[in-house]
Design a protein around this ligand. Structure first.
Ligand code: C5P
Length: 222
C-alpha cells in the first residue's frame, strides 16, 4: 500500500454547492458538482487521514471510509463545520458557498402575479474566513474560482481571509472547473507558488495534498 503521510491527521473538507431557499419549493444555487472536493476527500483518506466531508447537495457517492455530513444552506454548512472544527489539522474549503441568501424565506409557495418581482438578498457568512480566524486554526486552504486575473484575485483572497494556502482555477477555460473531470490549479501561499497543470481532479487532489504536507512540514520545522 502507498505511504501514509497523513496518518493520525484530521482533515475537514467542504464540497459542492449550497442551496438557499426562496420558498418551500424553490432555491438559489450554482453549478458546483462537488467533484474536486470529493476527489480531495478520497485522496486524503488514501494518504491515511481521518476525513470529514461536509457536503452540499451533489450526486456523488461517498468515498470509502470518509465521514460525510450532508447540508443544504450556507448557514447549515457553517454550523456543521464549526461543530467539529476543534482538533482538525487541515481545513479545505472547496464548496461553492452561495454568497447571498434570501432575506425572507416565504413559508408558502410564492404565486405568480405581477410582471416583475424582486428578491431581497442578504450576505451569507464566510465559512472559510470564519475558520481562518480561529485562535487555534487548522492549516486552512481556500479555493478561488475566477474568470480573469486569476492569480491576482487569489493572492488578495489569501491575504484578506488569512489563509495558509489558496488554489485558484480559471473557470472560464472550457473543460475545466465546474462539473468537469479535469482542472488546473495555481497554488499560492505566503512566500511561494506552484502551478499544477491540467490533470484529472483525482490527480490534482493528490498533488494539492502533497503541497499541503510540504508546507505543514516546513511550518513545523521553522
Ligand atoms: O471569496 P470567494 O467566495 O471567491 O472565496 C472562495 C473560497 O471561500 C472557497 O474556498 C469557498 O469555499 C470559500 N467560501 C466560504 N464561505 C463563503 C464563501 C466562500 O467558505 N460564504
Amino acid at each position: 500500500s502507498q505511504p501514509q503521510p497523513l496518518q493520525g491527521k484530521k482533515i475537514m473538507i467542504t464540497a459542492g454547492p449550497t442551496r438557499e431557499a426562496i420558498d418551500p419549493v424553490r432555491y438559489l444555487s450554482n453549478h458546483s458538482s462537488g467533484k474536486m472536493g470529493y476527489a480531495i476527500a478520497h485522496a486524503a483518506q488514501a494518504l491515511g487521514a481521518n476525513v470529514t466531508l461536509v457536503s452540499g447537495p451533489v450526486s456523488l457517492s461517498t468515498p470509502d471510509k470518509v465521514k460525510r455530513v450532508d447540508v443544504n444552506s450556507a448557514e447549515d454548512m457553517l454550523n456543521a463545520v464549526m461543530s467539529d472544527i476543534d482538533h482538525q489539522d487541515i481545513f479545505i474549503g472547496c464548496a461553492a458557498v452561495a454568497d447571498y441568501k434570501v432575506e425572507q424565506v416565504a413559508t408558502d409557495k410564492i404565486k405568480k402575479s405581477a410582471e416583475h418581482m424582486q428578491l431581497r438578498l442578504a450576505r451569507n457568512p464566510d465559512i472559510l474566513a470564519t475558520v481562518a480566524s480561529l485562535d487555534n486554526k487548522p492549516f486552512t486552504v481556500g479555493f478561488a474560482a475566477e474568470t480573469s486575473n486569476v492569480i491576482e484575485y487569489a493572492q488578495g483572497k489569501l491575504e484578506r481571509k488569512n489563509l495558509d494556502m489558496i488554489a485558484a482555477n480559471d473557470v472560464a477555460i472550457q473543460g475545466q472547473g465546474f462539473n468537469a473531470d479535469n482542472n488546473a490549479l495555481h497554488v499560492l501561499w505566503s512566500g511561494g507558488q506552484h502551478n499544477l497543470p491540467t490533470a484529472t481532479k483525482t490527480e490534482l487532489a493528490r498533488q494539492l495534498l502533497q503541497l499541503i504536507i510540504e508546507r505543514m512540514d516546513n511550518d513545523e520545522n521553522s
